[in-house]
Design a protein around this ligand. Structure first.
Ligand code: B1M
Length: 230
């Protein structure tokens, strides 16, 4: 996707469709300043943060994922693309987080499970939850049962959210749920799970309360859990 004339392209001169296309190319090529600049231009043109996120950034990451799967891209390039995505997300974050009321809707402890270092999707979910008014305690990546437990004891959340992007780390969600069951913690804390390899069937099998397909849906589900959408 690299463009030899990349340096000559003035992003602000492109129309919206071409700019989105260019941003997806830039994200693929891991060009952090360009992706950040493109994000700012779309915002300046009146695009709402969610549309920028989904069309330009998540859309671009899809091509990265496909070529990673097919052995065309390797870990360093994917990491660079992820960093470019984070550059754009840095601008969107405060907008998404401020997009709804600021009255505390409830508390959520969220983390990517043990063995897994993917955090882009989980951070998006955290952002959307903040936007929906939740107080979010983001434990980061590679989160063990002990860390989830400690955070639950400390923050007394309404919801615990677990993310996994690898088929090999998905089963750790069941470990956390079993530990919660042993301690009779499930009556007070709802469990939401998500991540690209999950589906409703898996969520049902491990007895999670909710499966979040994407960040926007997850924020709506979380509101339902605390009785706001009911
Ligand atoms: Co990784 N990786 N990766 N990777 N990586 C995948 C997941 C993979 C599908 C790529 C592929 O083969 N096509 C594949 C997994 C295969 C499998 O398990 N079946 C894979 C692999 C194999 C690996 C390594 C093992 C590669 C290696 O080292 N050989 C390694 C694992 C490291 C580890 O975790 N131990 C690895 C490493 C990496 C990087 C570090 C290079 C980088 C992560 C950087 C980072 O996150 N900071 C990376 C990336 C970027 C990806 C892809 C390309 C993109 C993931 C992403 O960010 N998507 C990914 C391919 C893909 O998914 N297409 C891939 C964008 C994000 C917005 O979507 O995360 O799905 P997603 O989140 C969505 C929903 O799923 C949902 O909402 C989000 C927003 O809408 N959601 C939730 C997510 N969490 C939720 C929680 C909820 C609710 C909803 O409730 C709590």
């Amino acid at each position: 996707m690299s463009d030899e004339n990349q340096d000559e392209i003035i992003l602000n001169d492109l129309n919206d469709d071409d700019l989105v296309q260019q941003m997806q190319d830039d994200l693929y090529d891991g060009m952090i300043p360009e992706v950040t600049e493109g994000t700012q231009i779309l915002l300046n043109r009146g695009w709402d943060a969610n549309t920028v996120l989904n069309n330009a950034l998540v859309g671009g990451m899809k091509f990265v994922g496909d070529d990673f799967r097919d052995g065309i891209l390797f870990v360093p390039e994917v990491l660079q693309a992820a960093n470019a995505m984070k550059g754009g997300m840095g601008l969107l974050r405060p907008i998404l987080a401020a997009s709804e009321n600021k009255v505390s809707t409830g508390k959520v402890v969220i983390g990517t499970v043990k063995g897994d270092i993917h955090d882009i999707g989980k951070n998006l979910v955290a952002m959307m939850l903040e936007g929906a008014g939740f107080e979010v305690f983001n434990l980061g990546i590679n989160t063990s049962w002990d860390e989830f437990n400690e955070a639950m004891e400390k923050h007394e959340p309404d919801i615990i959210g677990m993310s996994a992007l690898l088929t090999t780390t998905m089963p750790y969600m069941a470990v956390v749920i079993e530990e919660m069951e042993k301690r009779n913690m499930r009556k007070d804390i709802a469990i939401m799970v998500g991540g690209a390899p999950l589906n409703q069937e898996f969520a049902d099998a491990i007895k999670a309360d909710q499966y979040g397909r994407d960040a926007a849906i997850s924020a709506e589900l979380a509101k339902t859990i605390v009785g706001i959408n009911s």
